[in-house]
Write a protein that binds this ligand. Structure first.
Ligand code: ATP
Length: 567
């Protein structure tokens, strides 16, 4: 959220706090409170569904926990008053959120939806069997004196909405918050950037449960007493649908969701318009969401960002393709000994040895299916069941998870990039770097790798530039070794030569040694000082590049095939 948008949003909220209590009839004030409460609950969907991309169908169950705690404390006239009870209700939902999030560590998509829906159904059953506290005694919630009337209570709900929005906006800029966006697109890519997928998912569940429970507590304060139907699984489902279509991870989306979910029916009734119009509007949103493959607010924001950044697209550094001479190799950084990987009957790697020394670009080549990507996957921890030993700077990495290896200084890129299109390049570099990158540092890296400046959204980049961005993100983390899987794929011959010049300089310029997997032999021979060749998972040659490329075994197994005329 930029400062101008924040100021405008707060200004609108302040205006609503004046206009609604003073000029709206009582019924409309009541509806406005409902809209604000739903908008807060929508923000919880914004975290879990909108940003982290997890299908949670039980947000209203978390809201029920918040309401239950507030009503229970109210029944016992607990000290602290409503505002403290509200926070306690939110906190009470956190461990439940984490518990419900645990299955998400193993399952995703529809399976996760089923698990969370199961929780919503169980909560429904429990709530229907038991009354909320205070229902038997008819003891309604005591609101704070300042916010006792409906007008005042509306102001309180708007304040809470703004606090939640500001808190989430701050959190979204932290590394954990940004990691949700990457998680939504590719857990593998997130792990390769050092993101703990488990921590990221559980944090999303915990925070969204907290926010939903705050909404539930406010609902209890609004209604005085609540019933099970207020938090039914149907309600969770309906809000989930609204969230998917509108995108409540943006503040305007949350407000729209709140208003849409609450006021639409009344407005249509007052305007004497058919209720079906609401359904039609819902349908229009659905079509827009399907057309763009993203929520409506995501779509609008992306288009706005694209318009603003289009003029920056041509600001690229077209440096001359002069490949500097390699510096002297330093001590070994990455040492792989006797690495073997099997996929059932297929021996993908057999007793492979490879070393990447400091200050060098080392090449790994071989025909399709030779085992190159399997090698990267095993070294970076994405394949666990291998034999052999992998060490970085003398420390064994075996048994460590991908994000831990990434944290130790090992980064990788993938053959297929999975960069969230709605991020700007600057944001993606920040995720890759695992630390806050200032604009100047990000722009320097982007310029170096031939990408446009940081504010340009990924959605505007062609496939070749996305690969370069991925390489820049790997280097941004300043790892000890970056393993690049075919970075020149999708590049023209001229771009590939420029990439060669850039990669050759990376070890000296950024202190990052490179293991380069490539089929582009011009690129490989230009930048790699050492080369290892795989064929059917076995090393058939290894040593200085020129000598390896002249090796008859290599010519026969790989280069000969590559050079053969097309039939
Ligand atoms: N998940 C998997 N399950 C079963 N077999 C696999 C799996 N991944 C790779 N293989 C097999 O392992 C061998 C090595 O594949 P790998 O993708 O590592 O080769 P590569 O050298 O990277 O090929 P390319 O240049 O086409 O990317 C191939 O025979 C492939 O079919």
């Amino acid at each position: 959220m930029n400062p101008r948008a924040t100021a405008a949003g707060l200004g609108l909220a302040a205006a609503a706090c004046v206009v609604v209590p003073l000029f709206f009839p009582a019924h409309w004030i009541f509806l406005a409170i409902t809209a604000a409460v739903v908008a807060i609950i929508m923000q919880s969907y914004g975290v879990i569904v909108g940003r982290a991309g997890m299908m949670s169908l039980c947000q209203m169950s978390f809201a029920a926990i918040g309401a239950w705690v507030v009503l229970r404390l109210n029944l016992h006239d607990a000290p602290g008053g409503f505002l403290l009870w509200l926070v306690l209700g939110g906190l009470a939902a956190v461990p439940v959120g984490v518990l419900i999030g645990l299955p998400a560590l193993r399952i995703r998509g529809v399976n996760l939806a089923v698990v969370t829906f199961g929780f919503a159904v169980s909560t429904d059953i429990v709530l229907n069997a038991h009354q909320f506290p205070g229902a038997g005694e008819l003891k309604t919630v005591e609101r704070p004196a300042w916010f006792a009337g409906d007008g005042g209570y509306f102001v309180l709900t708007v304040i809470v909405f703004c606090l939640v929005a500001l808190g989430l906006s701050w959190f979204n800029r932290t590394r954990l918050g940004m990691s949700w966006l990457e998680l939504r697109h590719s857990e593998r890519a997130a792990a390769s950037h050092g993101v703990s997928v488990a921590r990221s998912k559980l944090a999303a569940f915990a925070i969204s449960a907290f926010v939903a429970a705050i909404g539930g507590g406010l609902m209890a304060g609004q209604l005085g007493l609540v019933v099970a139907q207020n938090f039914s699984m149907g309600q969770s489902l309906a809000f989930f649908a609204v969230a998917i279509l509108i995108g409540p991870h943006h503040v305007d989306g949350a407000v729209m969701g709140g208003v849409f979910g609450t006021v639409m029916a009344t407005v249509l009734e007052r305007l004497r318009l058919p209720q079906d119009l609401g359904g039609m509007l819902f349908g229009v949103f659905a079509i827009l969401a399907l057309r763009s493959g993203m929520s409506q607010t995501d779509f609008v924001q992306m288009r706005r960002r694209e318009r603003a950044a289009r003029k920056l697209l041509d600001e690229r550094d077209e440096r001359p393709a002069v490949v500097p001479a390699p510096g002297p190799p330093g001590p070994p950084l990455l040492e792989v000994r006797g690495l073997s990987v099997r996929f059932g009957e297929v021996s993908a790697l057999h007793e492979v040895n490879l070393t990447v020394p400091e200050g060098t670009v080392t090449g790994l080549i071989g025909p399709n299916g030779a085992g190159k990507s399997t090698f990267i996957a095993a070294v970076t921890g994405f394949i666990g069941g291998y034999r052999g030993g992998i060490a970085l700077c003398g420390r064994p990495l075996d048994g460590l998870r991908p994000e831990v290896r990434a944290g130790r200084g090992l980064r990788r890129t993938f053959q297929t990039t999975a960069i969230p299109a709605e991020l700007t390049q600057h944001e993606y570099l920040t995720i890759g770097a695992g630390r806050r990158l200032d604009r100047a540092e990000a722009d320097e890296l982007l310029k170096y790798f031939g990408c446009p400046p940081g504010p340009v959204p990924v959605s505007l980049l062609d496939a070749g530039t996305r690969r370069l961005l991925d390489v820049a993100a790997a280097v941004a983390a300043r790892p000890k070794v970056a393993l690049l899987d075919e970075p020149a794929a999708g590049q023209s011959a001229a771009e590939s030569r420029r990439l060669a010049a850039r990669l050759a300089e990376v070890p000296q310029r950024y202190g990052v040694a490179i293991l380069l997997i490539e089929h582009d032999m011009e690129l490989v021979s230009a930048v790699c000082s050492q080369l290892t060749v795989l064929d059917f998972g076995r090393v058939i040659a290894s040593g200085p590049t020129a000598a390896v490329l002249d090796d008859p075994a290599v010519v026969n197994a790989y280069l000969g095939i590559a050079a053969a005329p097309l039939a």
